[in-house]
Design a protein around this ligand. Structure first.
Ligand code: ATP
Length: 236
């Protein structure tokens, strides 16, 4: 079943239109990547889904048109967004940040079980559970941002460049944890990533954006086999 379907989505910042026609779909429980050069519109595509930019076209989630909803309404439908730059709350502790993610939930036992699960998934966070988020390393902040989004128990996670600014080994660890989260939770994921090698480790299919349009969609294996993808996104 298709969980999210974008059809000819456009988006603008004030008078400047940056998405000209993005179409993609995410199956329930599936993981899809968005690849593309700087400025191609990857971040804006996630922001269009979340309702933080003005959009046209169709955005259907779980059978309902969500285009034009406010960000909080989109979140309450079951979409959690981990923005570029992470967006953790620096003056709250790791535990408090995770609890913020669970603010719409009432199931205390489930919340506490999910915190335990995340601390097992991200052992670094366990050691720092009472530290302020501002004291964490970049990799730990990324793990916290993913954990906080998971605490909402969304049906779809939007991940914006989880590897941004991280050392290669740290980025690999973050992706390994995201891969495990995906397998164990079954939450669908839409992942923006500059580093296609990392993205291909977790996504089933990917869509390539060029100047605000989706120009190519394929399975990870198909895309990895194409010369132009190898040249542009896989370092030769
Ligand atoms: P990057 O990897 O550099 O973030 P991207 O593919 O995610 O690239 P977007 O961030 O979606 O691209 O940006 C798409 C276009 O929109 C770019 O030309 C960018 O300059 C422009 N843009 C982004 N944010 C704004 C804004 N707040 N106001 C005006 N233009 C913007």
């Amino acid at each position: 079943m298709t969980l999210l379907e974008l059809t000819d989505v456009t988006a603008s910042y004030g008078p400047v239109q940056v998405l000209e026609g993005v179409s993609l779909s995410v199956p329930d429980g599936g993981a899809v990547g968005i690849l593309g050069a700087n400025g191609a519109g990857k971040t804006t595509t996630l922001r269009a889904i979340s309702g933080v930019v003005r959009t046209g076209g169709r955005i259907v989630f779980d059978g309902q048109d969500i285009r034009g909803l406010r960000p909080d309404q989109v979140a309450s439908r079951g979409i959690a967004h981990v923005p570029e730059g992470r967006g953790t709350l620096p003056n709250l502790t790791v535990r408090e940040n995770l609890m913020v993610g669970a603010y719409l939930r009432k199931d205390r036992k489930g919340i506490s079980a999910d915190v335990d699960y995340l601390l097992d998934l991200f052992p670094n966070l366990k050691a720092r559970i009472s530290s302020n988020a501002s004291a964490l390393s970049g990799g730990e902040q990324q793990m916290l941002a993913v954990g906080r989004a998971f605490m909402a128990r969304p049906r779809l996670l939007l991940l914006d460049e989880p590897s941004l600014g991280l050392a290669p080994s740290t980025a690999k660890n973050v992706y390994e944890a995201i891969r495990r989260l995906r397998i164990e939770s079954g939450i669908a994921m839409l992942v923006v990533e500059q580093n296609a090698n990392l993205a291909f480790g977790i996504v089933d299919t990917a869509t390539v954006l060029e100047v605000g349009r989706s120009v190519l969609t394929g399975t990870s294996a198909e895309l990895k086999g194409r010369d132009e993808i190898r040249r542009a996104y896989l370092g030769g």
